[in-house]
Design a protein around this ligand. Structure first.
Ligand code: SAH
Ligand code: SF4
Length: 377
């Protein structure tokens, strides 16, 4: 049966036409799906009952089943383990950022990207949904619970969007202010799938989230970055760097063996120059692995570019590693984190230190799934 969330605009229009229904039914159905978040055709009360009956026969509305949900003690982070129709599980997280959620605010002379700005008293708090794009992940980063668990399959566009609708149903829909594709999986590996999901999330007739409020995080899938660049879509790009040189990055982010740093930085520069958007570089600090002062200096050099190269429009997000069960990597001690940050700032690289969120509920990428599986072992 066809999952209506998998149909793009044209496909939904054709689907309605094939049912011999007038075109405006497509808009009505879109409203029910993406504004009212219904999961049942019988709830679509402005559709004639015979149409609802036919929809029940030929279509469905994908809605993952919650098999575990954990909230942090402060209630600001909610993580859901969701089961898909074929029994596979994925994670999605809702994070609220209250005032003071950052260790420190960037100094006055550094303009942080819009979605990194710590909320001021008068601005409403941010509420970010973090969603998955694959069941598992083929990249296999050794510090990441998802990478350790292996790869099963891509999600469909509908399965990606359904995670946002899941939280929209529970929270006030207008309370969701940002979406990050930072859950399980590599979002740019199957660009068309991810792009179709983003189109549904940004279409005003559908979920209607501003593209500037959506961030795609990639481990360095250059062809995907190159396809994102000409779209000029205003979607934010985050690149998971984690190492300033190829030798270390080959180990920490194995995709580096295919797309080495030189080429990755060239793609990041092209993105920043053509879209005039600031690229975020994620850097998870691991004790005595990638957190030495000389590595901070190497990172600053990499981002500044040498000689006549103009500085790259970028921002570094330092993340204290969330250690996973099966990996030998440990979180950097605070003193090393602060020293690393200081070097980047001294080199005029805009830097923020991401607060540790939801570690008590195993909210690191893929970690709730890992905990749940070990309970069932
Ligand atoms: N696959 C994509 C997006 C999902 S991972 C990517 O790698 O960018 C989202 C972010 O979480 C990435 O920056 C990833 O490197 C980081 N991450 C994964 N495991 C982590 C851990 N144990 N501690 C801290 N960050 C982690
Ligand atoms: Fe995949 Fe990202 Fe985890 Fe690496 S960090 S294994 S790319 S999900």
């Amino acid at each position: 049966m066809i999952d209506l969330l998998n149909l793009n605009k044209n496909e939904l229009r054709d689907f309605v036409a094939a049912l011999n229904e007038p075109a405006y039914r497509a808009a009505q159905i879109e409203r029910w799906l993406y504004h009212e978040f219904v999961t049942d055709f019988d709830a679509m009360t402005n559709l004639p009952s015979d149409l609802r009956a036919r929809l029940n026969q030929v279509a469905r509305i994908g809605a993952p089943r919650v098999i575990a949900e954990h909230s942090s003690a402060d209630g600001l982070t909610r993580k859901a383990l969701l089961q898909l129709d074929d029994g596979q599980t994925i994670e999605a997280v809702l994070m609220s950022y209250a005032v003071g959620a950052f260790y420190q605010t960037p100094p006055q002379d550094q303009t942080p990207p819009q979605d990194q700005t710590p909320p001021q008293d008068q601005t409403p708090p941010r509420c970010t949904v973090c969603i998955s794009t694959q069941v598992g992940c083929p990249i296999g980063c050794p510090f990441c619970a998802t990478g350790q668990a292996g790869y099963v399959r891509n999600l469909t566009p509908g399965e990606i969007v359904a995670q946002v609708l899941h939280f929209a149903r529970a929270a006030r829909p207008d309370a969701l202010t940002n979406i990050v594709l930072m859950g399980m999986g590599e979002p740019l590996m199957k660009f068309d799938i991810t792009w179709q999901a983003i189109a549904s999330l940004t279409d005003p007739a559908r979920f209607g989230m501003g593209a500037r409020r959506i961030t795609v995080s990639t481990s360095g899938e250059i062809p995907g970055i190159e396809r994102l660049t000409p779209e000029k879509s205003q979607v934010n790009l985050a690149i998971s760097l984690h190492a300033p040189d190829d030798a270390l990055r080959d180990v920490l982010v194995p995709l580096n063996r295919k797309y080495p740093l030189r080429d990755l930085m060239r793609a990041a520069r092209a993105y920043a120059e053509q879209t005039r958007r600031r690229v975020t570089f994620e850097y998870a600090l691991m004790d005595r692995v990638n957190d030495a002062p000389e590595q901070a200096r190497a990172l600053a050099r990499l981002l500044r570019g040498g000689g006549a190269t103009p500085p790259l429009l970028c921002h570094v997000n330092l993340i204290p590693l969330n250690p996973t069960r099966a990996s030998p990597y440990r979180r950097s001690p605070e003193a090393r984190v602060l020293a690393f940050e200081k070097i980047l700032r001294a080199a005029h690289i805009p830097t923020t230190l991401r607060v540790e969120r939801g570690i008590e509920i195993a909210a690191g990428c893929g970690q709730l799934r890992q905990v749940n599986e070990s309970k069932n072992e």
